[in-house]
Ligand binder design. Sequence first.
Ligand SMILES: [Zn+2]
Length: 263
Amino acid sequence: MTSIRLKQFLCSLLLGAWASPAFAAFHIVLDPGHGGTDKGAVYNSIKEADLVLTVARKLQTLLNEDPHFEVTMTRDNDRGISLPERVKMAEKANADLYVSLHANAAPDQRARGVEFFFQNNLPADEDSLFLANQENQAIVNARELHSLSGGDELSKKGDIAAIVEDLRRQNRMNSSLRLTKALTTIWENDENAMQATIKQAPFYVISKTSMPAVLIEIGFISNPREAQRLQRKDYQKDLAEKIYNALVSYKEKMDNSSAKNLN
Ligand SMILES: [Zn+2]
């Protein structure tokens, strides 16, 4: 079998394996960033860790009410949890999707809007790198990282495993981009919504998870107007609903493309 044919064959096998049957609930790991002693960004009286937990709980309620979804929270209270631990939870749950919620703060108080981050192979822009660095600070235990990333097993991989890994990465990247597009579409369809942009940066949690993943910065708590909005219950509910609607739309698209691939 030529390597291209082998790649096509493996691709069809993998697509079959990834295609979730219509009756299987779509498993989402919902990850409110920070927690415990790590409050994330703090601005005036607003703490990122508390804010994203509140929004995550509202989103969790919506997902729990929908039989098409199953949801696991990395934390559902104010407790500290390391970034590698969050990734481990998602892998253990064998989740279909990883959604991490954060809130932004910037020295320039005019900075505003929602940002959707996904991981791809392009070099990240400088602002995003800076932000990723801040969000990633909770980690760095070299040994833990080594074992989580596959340890010495990685070097033993053969050609086929490398091709499978390559296809998996491509699939993951395409799916993550599709998800961020579903999110921006929902935001663009609401003229009152804050501006929404797609960015990419090497955030730990979206780089290390093996399933499609997105990190959402729900707004800037350093922007006085946005900070006020973010504290309002109705606005928090609106954010949760928007993310939920994007997840529904993403799942539908994935189901459709799986059905096409199986036919
Ligand atoms: Zn954060």
